[in-house]
Design a protein around this ligand. Structure first.
Ligand code: NOJ
Length: 747
């Protein structure tokens, strides 16, 4: 019925309408299809009342019952009245179908609902937190994670994810570093693109792809003092150079929606920032999708102090370029009177409605509003053996070996008994980490379970918690020490609990919380070999732990298959190859500490450690505990013969890497470049390439990196981006601090 009526109107209007098209998704449909879609949307907008238009600009959350998501009657009524165009936090086929049915059968214009959800690191199969995944430096795997996430989420009715979060962050106190890719802009762009491709696939209209949402636009990752939601105050140059590129990378990958951030930039909150949302996003970057606010952030303009009333706030936001209001009801309650008062225009409302309808059309919802409500898919495509196996692989790829004195790891084959100790050793709930969508903690494999299933009856496994994550209770130490006495080998499972990172989870002290350091010290005193598995959602300042003669494996929060994937690394079935994408500081006083810093006019030099008037601390080294790009292997690699050559527009860097240890291993070979003299100061080095390669023991590989002059370009004070001729240094190495180098000249 609906389709027929659209087509009729479309037929009449054909030829009369000037058609403008905004594509959502990567694939541009043939022109005729584009025109047809535009005609349908034009026709639909013409039929809509103002209230129905405002409804399309309003997004509301589902509630939660003990049994799962539920919608209160008021929202159901709003769907019927066309006042709610999209719903989030609603999933499972029956439930989504029921809500969609209200829209399709009881609302006047029968416009299908969009269903959004925070599918951040998996939907049902939960993968490692995004910061952990980033440490795999495996773009194909990261894309595959999102492909699986999209298949599972769409099998449960969801068609829009509030991901990827692409906020660059240099401050580990900020809890949301867990959701991002780390501190580096270049790598952040690659990861952003991989995630968008994974979610949106090749065809947004397929029933197992979903609309992605780049968030949080912009620079949410730079809050002062690492405190969530706090003020951001950065220079235009830093904004362009470091913070904006990953959002742009999402656009280049065809992303269909963008979410505004809670913070302000230079005195203007993002949700009312016309320069950001219209001049930059729409005009300069040609974004054609829709802009949604973060949760209630139009209303927050009052607390920011830029609006005196919700109505003022709605006016500012709509005029700035916000299309959809998440949960605030600000549009719903104010746009009507704002229009009457001529403070906003119908043209702007229609623009916003159009981009929302276009997204729904690209998803195929107008063809079949129930296309994501397929019971058979829900039963077949969720937590498949393939997805579980991939999650396990992703856990082991995300692990970063931070320290391994005397080859403590992998656990020797001679070990007959292991004491696993620590608050994170057998805690299923913590394994999911934050933002775990519809992940079920009961399905998570803990470290104790993962190790037991690996060693079967060959090794005796004891477990004691020892202490809690975050209190002063030492009463479990004795029991822990008792099992240590019986064991050949100790594995400590220490860290943060799953909720100490993520939104609203900033910390001012980022060492191991509670009495975990004391527990570790007491156990190390026994002289038994100790390996630590660290669970955390941010870089930790683990200087104390690091001073002990223990092996340390960073495991993040691995999700559903945490225990099995970590066990694969601990027992040497997988040789670790993860590399940090965020610097680990020695202490909080060093923060922010990141690899691509500036030299300053008075740089510290290791050759003159006591020099006074240089940029350094009196009480702490400038070097971090573990630098960006850092991660050990069970084998060793040596780098030599770095050559550089420039021919025309091309720069070629070649290097040889030998596996000098006793095992085959993968290495993430990293290329950094420094622009030695620029018209403005340049970082001491910047990541410009990497290759993840398997090198067999005893083997040497020659790798070639190809750069172009554009790779050397940077933003100038007039915000133009171009390269400058001169002398450059190429660094290649196993991390950002341990490199070999060679120079090249661009004329
Ligand atoms: C607030 C968070 O900042 C955002 O990332 C998330 O997508 C929304 N809430 C919706 O849950």
């Amino acid at each position: 019925m609906l389709k027929t009526s659209y087509l009729k109107i479309a037929g009449t209007l054909l030829g009369l309408l000037i058609v403008t098209f905004s594509a959502v998704g990567q694939i541009t449909p043939p022109q005729s299809k584009v025109s047809q879609e535009n005609i349908k949307i034009d026709a639909l907008i013409k039929q809509m009342t103002l209230n129905e238009k405002i409804g399309q600009l309003s997004l509301f959350t589902s509630d939660w019952d003990v049994t799962g998501p539920s919608l209160n009657d008021n929202y159901k009524k709003m769907i019927k009245e066309g006042k709610a165009g999209s719903i989030f936090n609603a999933y499972t086929v029956d439930y989504v179908r029921e809500l969609q049915r209200i829209a399709m059968e009881q609302s006047r214009l029968k416009i299908p609902l969009l269903f959004g959800y925070d599918v951040i690191h998996g939907h049902r199969t939960i993968f490692p937190i995004p910061l952990g995944q980033a440490c795999s430096w495996d773009m194909a795997a990261i894309e595959q994670v999102e492909r699986i996430a999209a298949v599972e989420a769409t099998a449960e009715g969801i068609n829009w994810t509030f991901a990827p979060m692409v906020d660059i962050a240099r401050d580990p106190r900020w809890g949301r570093v867990a959701e991002g890719a780390g501190e580096d802009t270049w790598l952040g762009c690659k990861i952003a693109a991989a995630r968008v491709k994974g979610f949106q696939g090749k065809d947004l209209a397929a029933n197992n792809t979903m609309l992605a949402c780049a968030k949080h636009f912009a620079a949410y990752g730079a809050p002062q003092a690492g405190r969530d939601y706090n003020t951001v105050d950065i220079s235009q140059l830093s904004l362009y150079e470091w913070y904006l590129p990953p959002y742009k990378a999402c656009l280049d990958a065809g992303i269909g929606s963008v979410m505004t951030s809670f913070n302000e930039i230079a005195g203007v909150p993002s949700t009312s920032n016309k320069w950001l949302l219209t001049d930059l996003l729409r005009k300069d970057w040609h974004f054609k999708g829709f802009v949604v606010t973060d949760y209630g952030s139009i209303n927050e303009l009052l607390a920011h102090g830029v609006a005196g009333s919700i109505k003022d706030a709605a006016q500012l936001s709509l005029n700035a370029g916000v299309d959809m209001d998440m949960q605030g009801s600000a549009y719903l309650n104010s746009l009507d009177s704002l229009l009457k008062e001529k403070k906003i225009t119908m043209i702007r409302i229609d623009e916003a409605v159009r981009v929302v309808l276009e997204a729904k059309m690209k998803l195929g919802l107008f063809d079949d509003p129930y296309r994501y409500c397929n019971k058979a898919r829900q039963e077949k495509e969720i937590m498949t053996p393939e997805a579980i196996a991939f999650a396990r692989k992703m856990v082991s790829e995300s692990c970063v070996l931070l320290k391994n004195p005397n080859h403590i790891l992998p656990v020797p084959a001679t070990v007959r008994s292991i004491a696993i100790i620590g608050p994170l050793g057998d805690s299923k709930k913590d394994m999911l980490g934050n933002w775990s969508a519809a992940g079920n903690w009961e399905k998570c494999v803990t470290l104790v379970e993962g190790i037991r299933s690996k060693v079967k009856d060959n090794v005796v496994i004891y477990y004691e918690k020892g202490c809690n994550t975050n209190d002063e209770d030492r009463s479990g130490f004795d029991a822990a020490l008792k099992i240590v006495a019986k064991a050949d080998f100790v594995i400590l499972a220490l860290g943060e609990n799953g909720w100490m990172s993520g939104e609203a989870s900033s910390r001012s002290h980022i060492d191991l919380p509670g009495v975990q350091n004391e527990l570790a010290e007491a156990i190390v005193k026994t002289g038994k070999p100790v390996a630590v598995a660290l669970f955390n959602g941010r870089p930790l300042a683990i200087t104390k732990l690091n001073s002990l003669p223990v092996a340390i494996l960073e495991t993040w929060f691995g999700g559903t298959q945490a225990g099995t994937g970590i066990a694969d690394v601990l027992f040497g079935d997988v040789n670790p190859s993860g590399k940090l994408t965020m610097t680990f500081p020695r202490n909080e006083g060093q923060v922010p500490v990141f690899y691509n810093a500036k030299n300053t006019g008075r740089p510290y030099r290791a050759s003159e450690p006591d020099a006074k008037y240089v940029s350094r601390y009196l009480d702490c080294s400038n070097d971090p505990l573990f630098p960006f790009g850092y991660g050990l292997s069970y084998t060793t690699f040596s780098y030599f013969n770095l050559t550089t050559a420039v021919a025309g527009n091309k720069i070629t860097v070649t290097v040889q890497i030998g596996n000098t240890g006793s095992r085959d291993g993968e290495e993430v070979v990293q290329l950094y470049v420094q622009d030695n003299v620029g018209s403005i100061t340049r970082p001491v080095k910047e990541l410009k390439g990497f290759q993840k390669v398997m090198i067999k023991k005893g083997e040497t590989k020659t790798l070639t990196f190809n750069l172009t002059l554009d790779d050397l370009a940077f933003y100038h004070p007039d915000l133009k981006k171009f390269w400058e001729p001169g002398e450059f240094t190429a660094f290649v190495g196993t991390n950002s601090a341990e490199t070999i180098s060679n120079s090249f000249r661009i004329r």
